[in-house]
Structure formats: structure tokens, C-alpha cells
Design a protein around this ligand. Sequence first.
Ligand SMILES: C[S@@+](CC[C@H](N)C(=O)[O-])C[C@H]1O[C@@H](n2cnc3c(N)ncnc32)[C@H](O)[C@@H]1O
Length: 343
Amino acid sequence: MSIQTKIDTIIKSVGSINIQDFVEISNFDKESGFYNKPNIEKIGKDGQFITSPEISSLFSIALANQFLKEFPKAKNVNLLELGPGNGMLTLDIYHYLKSKNINVNKITLLERSDYFKGKIFGRSDVKVKFIENIYEYEIDSEDIVFIYSNEFFDTFGTKQFIFNNGNFNEIKISKGNNKYFLIQDSVAISGELIDRYSKYKFKNNDILEHSNLILNILHDIQNLNCKNYFFTTTDYGYTKLPLKSTLRLLSSHKKLNLFDKFENVDYSFGINFELLRDLFISKNPKIINQKDLIFNNLPNEYLKSSDKNIRKIIELISGEKFNDMGQVFLNLSFKNDETISKI
Ligand SMILES: C[S@@+](CC[C@H](N)C(=O)[O-])C[C@H]1O[C@@H](n2cnc3c(N)ncnc32)[C@H](O)[C@@H]1O
């Protein structure tokens, strides 16, 4: 059954569907969701959009060096990637660490797309274990764990609320006379949202995006029981609420408007890095933009290279080309070691 038919069935039975559920079904429906559907290239030149690890392994080298700066004496490492997609980032980090004579003893990938699991499994010459929840991650040694993600959180379904006359209403999708339209539904959690985001002065028609799905996974990361780990995550996002919709639809490398098309579309949101920082505040997280991530961590042999191709790649992966709607690619990282108590 197509995504559009699934959405229409829900609207027909309950009158509407909220944005979070709409995006979750469109992206992750087991049968026809964008990330599960077989036989369509998803990420890369022949896919619907491109990401930094797909452009070049220089992005992975920068991330690996960001880790090595925090754990310069690392000898035995476990890798844990959240949302690997085609798996390029982990493969490149693995080879880079090996080239530095570091033992990579275990590779775990948190991935819920059967399409990507099959793709990585079929291609990888390195043994990997797949998990679908962070709490399934097995901590079984004294190895340092390197946890990383790129464009992972932006695929999570997120609710959208609109502020009007002192309250938040939820934005939902409905359909009539064969046309889709947005409606506003009053919600019981309006007061909770006003409290949670109390430092913001909302004006009529401001939009608030909030994802309990992201909060759940961040809580699982907080509860990880590893002694020594480094966490680094890069995504398209903001440190102050933009108060407007950040929902983006991409298909064949082009931006679409909501309802232009329902199949083979990637839906993503900007990520609230302020929320991420607040959740991990006891770890002193650092937020930098992707440009600084690259320039602070890529070895000079690349940064100072006069090779035209390398210069072009650095320009691309330092993020500026991807920036949009006042948002940039941001990176949040922190280190946990046994001397610091559990969050
Ligand atoms: C935009 S892709 C990015 C892939 C890759 N990191 C890259 O940069 O090319 C998002 C990835 O996160 C995975 N993903 C999203 N939400 C997930 C979840 N809740 N659990 C596991 N994997 C998830 C998707 O299946 C996909 O592999």
C-alpha cells in the first residue's frame, strides 16, 4: 500500500494526522516508508539527497581526530554509530583508526532501516552488530566507546504546535474535496509546553517544534553505562528556536512543498541543539559549526593542500553550501570519563 493511501486511511478514520506521525510513517513505514522501501537509492549522488560522509572520507577523518584529541592514548576502541545509512562514516573511521594502530574491537550500528542493514551487511568486510535501541548496546569491556552520528536526529518525527492567544494548538493534516490542508487542534499539553519553553516570548502564529521521540533516545544515551566514551553528533539545526517550521522535503536533490509528492521523499527537521546542550549540561558539551569541526580537526596535509579536488571537498563539507533558512550544520560533542560521575 502506498504512503498516500496509508495517510488517507488514517485521515478518513480519525479526521486528521499530526505532523510527527505523518513524518514517521512517510520515513519509516516498514513496507513503503522512504528509509525501508527496497530498490530506490536513498543517499548519495544517485539518491534523493547527499550527506557529508558520502561526499568524502575527509569528514570521517575530522570526526576521528576530534575523538583522538579527547582520548589521545586510545588503544582499544569500540565504535557505536547512530543511523549509519550506507555505512560510509563507520567504514572510514574504522580504516583511519586502524591506520593509527588503534584496535577497533567492536562495531555496533543503531539502525532501524532494513534497507540500510541489508546494504551494509552485504558490503562490509568488517563484522558489525545491529541494534534498534540504545539500551540494547552491550558494554562488555574496558574499551573506550566512540559514539557518533551524522544527520541522524533530523529524520525523527517531530510535532508542530502553533501559538495563538496564549495557547498552543497542534498542527495536523486533514483532507477534503480531494485536497490536503493543515488544521489546528487544541491540546491538553499546551501548558506543559509553555512551561518547558518559558524563556521564549511567543507571539501569535509562532511555530514550536517538539519531538518526544528525540527526547526518548537522548534519555537512553544519558543512561548509557559506559565509563569512558566520547559522543559527537552533527546535524542541521539551531541553538535558538526559529519559531517557524523547519520541515524540509527532499526528492531527487530538490526541495518540495508539503503535499507535492508522497513517495520517495525524505522528510527532515532542524535539530534543537539548545535542548541537546541542556540535557548533557553536566558533561560540558561543546557546540561548534561544521566549518569549525572540519578546520579544527582535519590534518594539515589536507587543510593546506593545493590539490584542487581536496580544496573543493573541504569547501563542500565545511557546510556552507548546505546552509539554509538561517540554519547551519552544528556539532555537539562531549567526553565522559570515569572520573566524571554518571549524568
Ligand atoms: C539522513 S540518514 C543519515 C545517514 C548517514 N548518517 C549519513 O550521514 O549519510 C538518517 C539515518 O538514521 C537512521 N535512523 C533514523 N531514525 C532512527 C531510529 N530511531 N533508530 C535507528 N535508526 C534511525 C535512518 O534509517 C538513516 O540510516
